[in-house]
Design a binder for this molecule. Structure first.
Ligand SMILES: Nc1ncnc2c1ncn2[C@@H]1O[C@H](COP(=O)(O)OP(=O)(O)OP(=O)(O)O)[C@@H](O)[C@H]1O
Length: 260
């Protein structure tokens, strides 16, 4: 990968390697995503896709370098990366199960705002105004992800599963990162929920977010991604636009062919 590519990408990873004991889960994998682009990452179960996200967010020991908005960030703690604009979701839904949907949204926005915003939540004379502002911001966040008001006062476990998946993405998005990594956002959903998710991903792209999406649902990823990286057994197998990937004999042999 050239120096120019590092500088122009929203996120670039160069030579990522991850080992779990004797297992080489990821071996010298490189890719990048630009602002306003959706990069899809596909590959068979256990190929090393989630390990990519773990390495990029510095939550696992790894080799290689990561550049966020042109700056090397390999040693930056995960929480600090989130503040710098790199956030992720996990395969499992992730929210506070005892809080309502609205309270979950308010709490991530309080986390993402400045410490002054969070501190002001504790000052009694500013509390009412701050809470109103926080609730209004949380409504805007939930609305952006198509989460209807009828769900606001429920706990996440009480809302339909498709909406739970969107809530996980909304909470990771918070006050708006520069790069969002989504690990199988469509896991366990289908039909209208999938179409809804696709629309939201395209809207986020239009708004200038860089998105990296790991996905097993080929319909979804081939529809929304601008470019696809294929990983197999920890290695970068292929890369290109969806149509080229779908027609690539190596990919068909290694991955897509097995699902047909
Ligand atoms: N914490 C861990 N400790 C040991 N081995 C792990 C760990 N996490 C992942 N692995 C192994 O590393 C390999 C890559 O796993 P990874 O989860 O990155 O693959 P994946 O492509 O995301 O798979 P899937 O599509 O099934 O989620 C697999 O063999 C997996 O069993």
């Amino acid at each position: 990968m050239s120096v120019a590519e590092h500088r122009s990408a929203a996120l670039a990873v160069d030579g990522l390697s991850v080992r779990y004991g004797a297992l080489k889960a990821l071996d010298d994998v490189s890719w990048s995503v630009a602002t306003g682009e959706i990069l899809g990452i596909i590959g068979p179960n256990g190929a090393g896709k989630s390990s990519c996200f773990a390495a990029v967010t510095n939550s696992v020991v790894h080799g290689g370098e990561t550049y966020l908005l042109g700056q090397p960030v390999a040693g930056v703690p995960t929480q600090e990366l989130a503040v710098k604009g790199l956030r992720r979701t996990f395969q499992q839904n992730s929210f506070f199960g005892e809080l309502t949907v609205m309270e979950n949204a308010v709490s991530v926005l309080a986390r993402d705002h400045s410490t002054a915003f969070s501190a002001s939540l504790l000052l009694p004379w500013r509390e009412a105004a701050t809470r109103r502002a926080a609730t209004a911001a949380a409504r805007r966040l939930l609305d952006r992800f198509g989460i209807a008001a009828l769900h606001y006062d429920k706990r996440p476990g009480e809302i339909p599963y498709g909406i739970q998946r969107l809530l996980s993405v909304a909470l990771a998005y918070g006050n708006g990162p520069r790069v969002l990594l989504l690990d199988e956002p469509a896991a366990g959903i289908g039909g209208n929920d999938m179409r809804h998710l696709a629309r939201i991903l395209l809207d986020l792209r239009t708004a200038g977010l860089a998105l990296v999406v790991i996905e097993h649902h080929m319909d979804l990823i081939m529809t929304v991604a601008d470019r696809i990286v294929v990983i197999e057994q920890g290695r970068h197998l292929a890369e290109g636009p969806p149509a080229a990937i779908q027609a690539d004999p190596t990919v068909l042999e290694a991955y897509l062919g097995r699902t047909q």
